[in-house]
Design a protein around this ligand. Structure first.
Ligand SMILES: [Zn+2]
Length: 186
C-alpha cells in the first residue's frame, strides 16, 4: 500500500519518533509499504514521519550505480537494497566531511548543499528484527543520516548555510502555508 506524503509545515515532521519495541508482522508490513511508497516517489530514502507515522523506522534505496566513488568503484558493495532500519543509532561519524546537494520528498523542488560526515557506523534492527552494526560511506551514509535526522524531527534545511536559508525563505514559507491550508477545517 502506498501512503500519502506529509509535507513541510506538517507538525509531525518536527516530532521525535518512538522506538519500536518489537519487530512484528505489522512493522514488517509498514516497512514494505514504506518501500512501495519510496519507489513510487522515485526517492532514495523515506522516514516514518513523512507518511504520518511515529515509529523509529526508515527505508533507504540507493541504486548500485549511485553507490560509487569518482572512479566508479562501489563504496558499499555489501549493502543490500532496499534497506530497512528500525531504531537506527549513528555512532562514530568520520572527521572527514563531504558536501553534496540534498532534497527531500517532504520539501519538493528545493535542493541545497549539506555538509555531513562521509562515513558512519549505524546500529539498527533490520526487517527481520536482526540486530546489525555496520559502517557505510558516501551517498548511502548521507541518506541514512538524512533519514535518522527525520526520526529526530530534524530536516535537511536545518543544516544548510545561513545564506542559502535566507535565499530559500520565501519558497519555504509558501510551502508551509500550502501545507497549513490543507489542514484547515472546512
Ligand atoms: Zn527527507
Amino acid at each position: 500500500m502506498k501512503y500519502p506524503l506529509h509535507y513541510y509545515g506538517d507538525p509531525i515532521l518536527r516530532e521525535k519518533t518512538v522506538p519500536v519495541a518489537e519487530v512484528t508482522d505489522e512493522i514488517r508490513a509498514l516497512s514494505d509499504d514504506m518501500i512501495e511508497t519510496l519507489h513510487s516517489e522515485n526517492g532514495i530514502g523515506l522516514a516514518a514521519p513523512q507518511i504520518g507515522r511515529r515509529e523509529s523506522l526508515c527505508v533507504v534505496y540507493v541504486p548500485g550505480e549511485y553507490d560509487v566513488d569518482e572512479e566508479g568503484h562501489r563504496l558499499n558493495p555489501d549493502a543490500a537494497m532496499p534497506m530497512v532500519l528500525i531504531n537506527p543509532e549513528i555512532t562514530e561519524p568520520s572527521d572527514i566531511q563531504a558536501a553534496r546537494d540534498e532534497g527531500c520528498l517532504s520539501i519538493p523542488d528545493i535542493y541545497a548543499e549539506v555538509v555531513r560526515p562521509y562515513e558512519i557506523r549505524v546500529r539498527y534492527l533490520d526487517r527481520e528484527g536482526v540486530s546489525r552494526d555496520e559502517r557505510y560511506r558516501g551517498l548511502v551514509a548521507r541518506v541514512i543520516q538524512h533519514e535518522v535526522d527525520h526520526l529526530n524531527g530534524i530536516l535537511f534545511i536545518d543544516r544548510i548555510s545561513h545564506v542559502k536559508k535566507i535565499a530559500l525563505r520565501g519558497r519555504l514559507k509558501r510551502l508551509r502555508r500550502e501545507t497549513e491550508e490543507r489542514f484547515k477545517p472546512a
